[in-house]
Design a binder for this molecule. Structure first.
Ligand SMILES: [Ca+2]
Ligand SMILES: [Ca+2]
Length: 213
């Protein structure tokens, strides 16, 4: 009898111990989920920022190569309507359609641009003032419209892309009288409307020249 009671007590102790272990296991599992959640949160936070191309802000006045847009996730550093990079393998994995072209500065530009697409550039305006902004563009027929934003503010209004005769022929168009305050900004080149070609433009670079008053 005593022996049976002892065995029963042992079984009970074993069961209690087992349940405790299982609770521990459940607790460990739920504790283990927290760092994962935290990692996902911090990845989300990291993805929400862009980094200057090559770690260096583009200086204004100066020339900004279109293909040297910020590094970062799609939807943050740029927005492209299709995942494929239709052009060169200049930036590794990117959805932006970078194209090699011998007539372009830096031997590359951005092509296959569609309304709704945009690219960002970390810039520093070194001197407040009035600027003329030049864009060598190509369009085989009447092109579309685009604009530039600084920290979300439209600074140029819509710029129309003319027919340059061919997508292989760059002509420089100029937006005059753009007012900029000194400081660091996230500049965004935004494609507003497709032209008759079905595209906005091909673009080589964006150059800011300070007007002497
Ligand atoms: Ca693309
Ligand atoms: Ca270029």
């Amino acid at each position: 009898m005593n022996r049976r009671l002892f065995a029963l007590a042992l079984s009970l102790l074993y069961l209690i111990g087992l349940t405790a272990c299982q609770n521990d296991a459940v607790e460990t599992a739920s504790t283990g989920a927290d760092p994962e959640e935290a990692a996902a949160d911090s990845a989300e936070a990291a993805a929400a920022t862009t980094t200057a191309f090559g770690g260096k802000r583009h200086a204004i006045p100066g020339r900004i190569e279109a293909e040297n847009y910020d590094e970062g996730e799609p939807g943050v550093a740029y927005h492209d309507l299709d995942e494929k990079n239709h052009g060169a393998d200049y930036r590794g994995v990117t959805q932006v359609d970078i194209e090699p072209r011998t007539d372009a500065s830096g031997n590359h530009g951005i092509g296959w641009t569609k309304a709704g697409e945009w690219v960002t550039y970390s810039v520093v305006v070194q001197e407040s003032g009035t600027y003329d902004v030049s864009f060598p563009v190509g369009s085989g027929g009447p092109g579309g419209t685009f604009h530039l934003e600084f920290d979300g503010q439209d600074v140029t209004g819509p710029i129309e892309v003319p027919d340059t005769g061919s997508f292989h022929t760059l002509k420089t168009i100029k937006k005059e009288g753009v007012e900029l305050e000194a400081g660091e900004y996230l500049m965004k080149m935004v494609m507003d409307a497709d032209g008759e070609t079905g595209w906005v433009m091909d673009v080589d670079y964006i150059e800011f020249e300070k007007k002497s008053l």
